[in-house]
Design a protein around this ligand. Structure first.
Ligand SMILES: Nc1ncnc2c1ncn2[C@@H]1O[C@H](COP(=O)(O)OP(=O)(O)OP(=O)(O)O)[C@@H](O)[C@H]1O
Ligand SMILES: [Mg+2]
Length: 412
C-alpha cells in the first residue's frame, strides 16, 4: 500500500453492544448496522469494564446492553457496567427479553437511560438513539410542575376510562372529562389529576401536547419512598388547571408496576385532588383489579360492533369468575347512533340485552374535528366547544361534579 495516499481513517467506534452473545439478538445487530454502519463493536459482559479503560473507548457515546432471562444471575456485573459507563459519560440503552420486572427495575435504577423490549419494535432503537443525543427539554420546575402541599388530606373520587377495544375513545373521554371537571372547579389550587396508566401506548401526552418525561419513570420506580414532592415532580401542568401524569418516556412492560405501586400512586393522587381520572390499558394486568376496586366510577368504552361485544363478554366472564364486581362497569357507547337512526337504536338495545349490560352513556360521533383536536393537543372545550361530543362530555362532567359536591356536603 502506498504511503503517499492519505489513508481513509477507520471510523471511530461510537457505540457497543454488551451482551453474553450478541448473536442471540440478531434484530439488534441489524438495527445497529442501520443506525451506525460500521462504527460500532460488540463486547461480552466480562470485556466491557476492561474496554472502558482503553483509549478506543473515548469516542463511545452509548452502549446497548442486551440481556435475557439467563443473564439475571449476573445482575451485579451488569449493574457495575452501567455505573462505570455512566461515570464516563457513556449513555446506556437496556434491551431485555423476558427479564423479570424486578431485575429491570434494579438496572434502571442503576442509571440506564433507555429501555427497549426485545424483539425490538420497528424503529425503536433509532428513536432511542435520537433521544439520547437530543436532551429533552425539561420544563422549568417552577412553571410547569406542581408544588404539592405535603399535608394535603383530600379524598378524591377515582374515575376510570378503559377501552374494551382499541380506538373506542377511552383516552378522548379521559382527557376531555378531566378538562371539563377542571373547568368546573372553583378552587384556587388545581383539583383534577389525570393519570395515564396506559404505560406503553398512552396518548394523553399527545392529546394535551405535553412531553413525556424521565421524572415519571423515576417516580414509578420508587413508589415505596415516594412523597408529595417526588409525585409532584412527575406531574405536568396543563394550562395551570389540570395536573397530568403522562405515560413514561420508555416503553416499559405493564407488569413493571405492582399492585402496591398502583395503590400508592392512586392514593397519593386522591389525597391531593378532588378528582383522579385514570386512562387504563386495554389489556388486563395484575393491577387491573386494584384499579377496579379503587374506582368510584369505571367507564368501559365500546362501539356498536362485534369486537366490542365480544370483548365485553370476555371481560364479564373474566371478572365474574374471579368474583370481581362486574356491575361496577358503566358502559359508554362511543360513536353512538343518532336519535333519528332507529335501526341503530334497536341495535344498541339488542347489544345491551345480549350482553346483559346496561349502556348508561352514549357518546355521539363528533367527526373529523375530534381527531384534529387530539392531534393539536387541545381539549374539545378549547378547540370545538360546540361539538356534540364535547357537549355530552361536559354534561357528564357536570353530573359527576355535582355528585362530588354532594358527597363533600354530606361529609361536612
Ligand atoms: N366520538 C368520537 N367522534 C369522532 N372521533 C372520535 C370519537 N371518539 C374518538 N375519536 C377519535 O378516534 C381516535 C381514537 O380515540 P382514542 O385515542 O380516544 O381511543 P382509545 O380507546 O384511547 O384508543 P387506544 O386504543 O389507542 O388507546 C382518535 O383519533 C379520536 O380523536
Ligand atoms: Mg388510548
Amino acid at each position: 500500500m502506498s504511503s503517499d495516499q492519505p489513508q481513509a481513517e477507520t471510523s471511530a467506534i461510537v457505540a457497543c453492544t454488551v451482551s453474553r452473545d450478541v448473536q442471540n439478538f440478531d434484530l439488534l445487530i441489524e438495527d445497529m448496522e442501520t443506525a451506525l454502519g460500521e462504527s460500532w463493536g460488540d463486547l461480552g459482559f466480562n470485556e466491557a469494564l476492561a474496554f472502558f479503560g482503553q483509549s478506543e473507548a473515548e469516542a463511545l457515546e452509548f452502549i446497548a446492553m442486551a440481556l435475557d432471562a439467563d443473564d439475571e444471575e449476573n445482575l451485579g456485573l451488569m449493574g457495575e457496567i452501567i455505573t462505570q459507563a455512566k461515570s464516563r459519560g457513556i449513555k446506556v440503552i437496556l434491551i431485555a427479553e423476558e427479564v423479570s420486572p424486578a431485575s429491570l427495575h434494579t438496572l434502571l435504577r442503576q442509571g440506564a437511560d433507555e429501555f427497549i423490549p426485545y424483539p425490538l419494535p420497528e424503529q425503536e432503537l433509532q428513536a432511542a438513539i435520537t433521544r439520547l443525543s437530543t436532551p429533552e427539554p425539561e420544563p422549568a420546575p417552577a412553571e410547569a410542575t406542581h408544588q404539592l402541599q405535603a399535608d394535603n388530606r383530600r379524598e378524591g373520587a377515582v374515575i376510570v376510562c378503559h377501552g374494551l377495544a382499541g380506538g373506542t375513545g377511552s383516552t378522548t373521554l379521559a382527557v376531555n372529562l378531566a378538562w371539563e371537571l377542571a373547568e368546573l372547579s372553583s378552587a384556587k389550587t388545581p383539583s383534577v389529576c389525570l393519570l395515564d396508566l396506559d404505560l406503553q401506548q398512552g396518548s394523553v401526552s399527545t392529546y394535551l401536547d405535553l412531553p413525556r418525561r424521565e421524572a415519571v419513570m423515576e417516580m414509578l420506580g420508587e413508589t415505596e419512598s415516594m412523597d408529595a414532592d417526588l409525585f409532584g415532580q412527575a406531574l405536568l401542568s396543563f394550562q395551570d388547571k389540570l395536573q397530568v401524569l403522562t405515560a413514561p418516556s420508555d416503553m416499559i412492560p405493564l407488569d413493571f408496576l405492582t399492585v402496591e405501586d398502583i395503590e400508592r400512586v392512586v392514593e397519593m393522587a386522591r389525597s391531593h385532588f378532588d378528582f383522579v381520572i385514570i386512562d387504563m390499558p386495554h389489556t388486563l394486568v395484575q393491577w387491573s383489579e386494584t384499579v377496579l376496586q379503587m374506582a368510584h366510577v369505571y367507564f368501559s368504552t365500546i362501539e356498536l360492533d362485534m369486537r366490542s361485544a365480544q370483548n365485553a363478554l370476555r371481560l364479564k366472564r373474566a371478572l365474574q369468575s374471579e368474583g370481581l364486581p362486574f356491575e361496577k362497569l358503566r358502559f359508554a357507547l362511543n360513536r353512538a347512533p343518532k336519535f333519528t337512526d332507529l335501526s341503530g337504536k334497536s341495535r344498541v338495545k339488542r347489544m345491551a340485552e345480549s350482553l346483559g349490560i346496561s349502556i348508561d352513556l352514549q357518546l355521539p360521533d363528533g367527526g373529523k374535528p375530534i381527531t384534529q383536536s387530539c392531534d393539536h393537543g387541545q381539549p374539545l372545550a378549547v378547540s370545538n366547544p360546540k361539538n356534540p361530543l364535547r357537549k355530552e362530555i361536559a354534561k357528564l362532567a357536570r353530573s359527576l361534579h355535582d355528585l362530588g359536591a354532594g358527597e363533600t356536603e354530606a361529609a361536612a
